[in-house]
Write a protein that binds this ligand. Sequence first.
Ligand SMILES: Cc1cc2nc3c(=O)[nH]c(=O)nc-3n(C[C@H](O)[C@H](O)[C@H](O)COP(=O)(O)OP(=O)(O)OC[C@H]3O[C@@H](n4cnc5c(N)ncnc54)[C@H](O)[C@@H]3O)c2cc1C
Length: 481
Amino acid sequence: MIDVIIAGGGPTGSMLAGELRLHGVRVLVLEKDAEPAAYVRSLGLHVRSIEVMDQRGLLERFLAHGRQFPVGGGYFAAIEKPVPELDTAHGYILAIPQPVTDRLLAEHAVESGAEIRRGCEVVGVSQDEDGVDVELADGTRLRSRYVVGCDGGRSTVRKLIGVGFPGEPAQAETLLGEMEVTEAPETIAAVVTRIRQTEKRFGLGPVGEGRYRVVVPAEGVAEDRSVPPTLEEFKRQLRACSGTDFGVHSPRWLSRFGDATRLADSYRVGRVLLAGDAAHVHPPLGGQGLNLGIQDAFNLGWKLAAEITGQAPEGLLDSYQGERRPVAAAVLDNTRVQNLLISTDPTAQAVRRLMAELMDFEGVTRHLIEKVTALDIRYDFGEGHELLGRRLRDVKLTQGRLYELTRSGRGLLLDRTGGGRLSVEGWADRVDHVVDLSAELDVPAVLLRPDGHVAWVGEDQEELLDRLPRWFGAATATATA
Ligand SMILES: Cc1cc2nc3c(=O)[nH]c(=O)nc-3n(C[C@H](O)[C@H](O)[C@H](O)COP(=O)(O)OP(=O)(O)OC[C@H]3O[C@@H](n4cnc5c(N)ncnc54)[C@H](O)[C@@H]3O)c2cc1C
């Protein structure tokens, strides 16, 4: 039997497939569309996702296709402020169009041994005690032990398992497309600068090969957002907003998106789970949705794999929702705030001015940028050291770097006590023990989960033995014998 069927081959589904394959789990990705989407939603990766790619040895291929930009304060409601140095080895934004990200993640999943079947729309899901039956639009039936719905904001899987998706419906809609222009670049830049002083949902930026990415508020909210807008609609809205349509012509693709904000009531019903946009949607402010989905997959992969291999301790799989749903709720909140701050309403503009003043305080800007880049995440592992529950940044070791040692997706004990005092015997099949006197860390030892979050800090073997089973399950029989 297939272990996991993933519905949806977007970035979340492909990332999850790659993570599951690290642990030998048999994965099948079912993707509705026969061909990958050409239309560019996400424009890049934030710090934490860049770190995640590094932790899995994928960063080189992303760097080869992206451009690095300094992390700018403009990532919070487009309020430009200098950003303080962040606690990371990757303090930049990696600009990379979503179709490239999607392709790189899909290639990695396939190289790792996952199968991706295109042109396969999931229309039915029903589960029993032992597995899940999946029905495709062409009548094909498949069965797996688990199903994960990574099928986007309008998730069929979420609806089929009856999970509510409460929140706010779209109040405003934005047109987005790629096209050519006849207007001179300097005129375009001048008009864009003038209009963006008050209307942040407006923009024309060159994307190469003579094309521009055009963003402009729509007249209203479309009944069916899957119907793309026309070029005429773009021209009309550009004129209404700026007095000119810039001579736009020859569109490559045209689309629309709304500002609906919704969070799934539950991320799991029995053997069916949700991840990525299937579990949360919000306006694309700050560029967080794809990053959030990739990080959902990074959190879920090793837990679901442990469940399948029989090594998961009680409650491990449910900790996926326990950890990731509050993270998504926080992202929804920060996009709600950003949505308000970009409004042209005079009261909202006054709040924006006040926020801009507050962002002159370094602590405020740091707080906001750490939210958007997901560096602020601290899972609740209980009381303890300040690192507990946080991801550990990459550190230089005597030989190499920490993130180079995390590519297998196993747990890791980084031991600076000099060796001999600490041991992971009994878990050596799941947890690596690295003795290194790295000067960059100032704690005696840290236990990292496969997603790089700190599960324990200390130097006491008894304490460590208490922590290991919580994340990695029971010790193997040979060790306890
Ligand atoms: C204009 C815009 C700009 C954005 N900019 C950014 C940004 O800069 N940074 C950022 O992080 N995020 C950004 N986002 C958000 C980002 O695009 C999404 O959060 C991300 O694509 C979610 O990934 P996903 O894999 O969860 O879902 P999706 O990318 O939606 O993928 C879901 C996949 O499931 C497939 N599918 C759907 N139904 C079925 C079914 N029944 N059976 C099988 N397959 C199915 C779909 O065809 C699709 O391929 C932006 C979004 C928009 C609209």
